[in-house]
Design a protein. Structure first.
Length: 255
């Protein structure tokens, strides 16, 4: 008989985000995953963020990053491929990026303005936008302006990482949002290409874990099952649910 142990799943959230980002997703994930979220908000540099991950007491783990956290996940994997068993990247980029300090200061001043937050979510979610705005602003309030500002400055200058991965990457799941106004479709495709996979697209805005937790968890569970990390009977359930989601999405976009 094969025994299935809980696999450590390290979660790296986006700028200004905390555990609230994953609150609706985690209860839906396979019980064979053991979620862990290092506190990146306490870090004032990218090196400190990478060190936080490196200090985790697991020899090997699954690594999932969203947005800024996805970039840190890519850097960590490029530096420590022996620590990562599987990689999941959501709405993120591995391209070079430089943001002027004055732009960051302007963004910090309007960070909780609805006009600024509106580009983070899918327009179709307009009837739920107040709830989404509330969740985003709650995370920002809990983090505090000093921590968010420190994090934004720490990640303002990002080197390209797509050419630094091993020749034979670990199994990787890349999930993009069709209505993402923060990360371009091309950048998502470049991440997938560098890791020798393809992008799974969901009909969502940038804040994917908040906007589409059910759909996101189905894709993650089905992929987790495909890696033979759960019992066969659970695997079949996950694959059936994911197939239903794929058929529903296909019907939405059939012209």
């Amino acid at each position: 008989m094969k025994f299935f142990h809980r696999v450590p799943l390290v979660l790296l959230p986006g700028t200004g985000c905390n555990q609230l980002l994953w609150r609706q997703v985690l209860p839906l994930l396979s019980k064979h995953m053991m979620p862990v979220m290092p506190d990146l908000l306490a870090c004032s540099s990218q090196q400190a963020m990478l060190q936080k991950v490196n200090e985790l007491p697991f020899k090997k783990f699954m690594l999932m990053g969203f947005s800024m956290g996805g970039y840190i996940a890519q850097r960590f994997y490029a530096m420590h491929p022996e620590r990562v068993s599987h990689l999941m990247l959501l709405c993120t980029s591995g391209e070079k990026k430089n943001v002027d300090a004055s732009v960051i200061e302007q963004n910090l001043k309007r960070l909780k303005d609805k006009s600024y937050l509106s580009h983070m979510i899918h327009p179709i979610n307009s009837k739920h936008k107040e709830e989404l705005y509330a969740k985003i602003t709650t995370m920002l309030d809990e983090a505090g302006p000093e921590a968010v500002g420190k994090q934004m400055h720490a990640t303002a200058h990002r080197s390209a990482v797509l050419d630094q991965f091993p020749a034979n990457p670990v199994p990787t799941l890349v999930i993009g949002a069709r209505q993402d106004k923060v990360i371009s479709k091309k950048h998502m495709e470049n991440v997938a290409l560098a890791l020798k996979t393809e992008v799974d697209w969901l009909d969502s805005g940038h804040m994917l874990p908040l906007e589409s937790p059910d759909e996101l968890s189905l894709i993650i569970n089905a992929w987790f099952a495909s890696q033979n990390l759960m019992p066969e009977h659970e695997k079949k359930v996950s694959e059936t649910q994911a197939q239903g989601l794929a058929e529903e999405a296909s019907s939405k976009f059939t012209v």
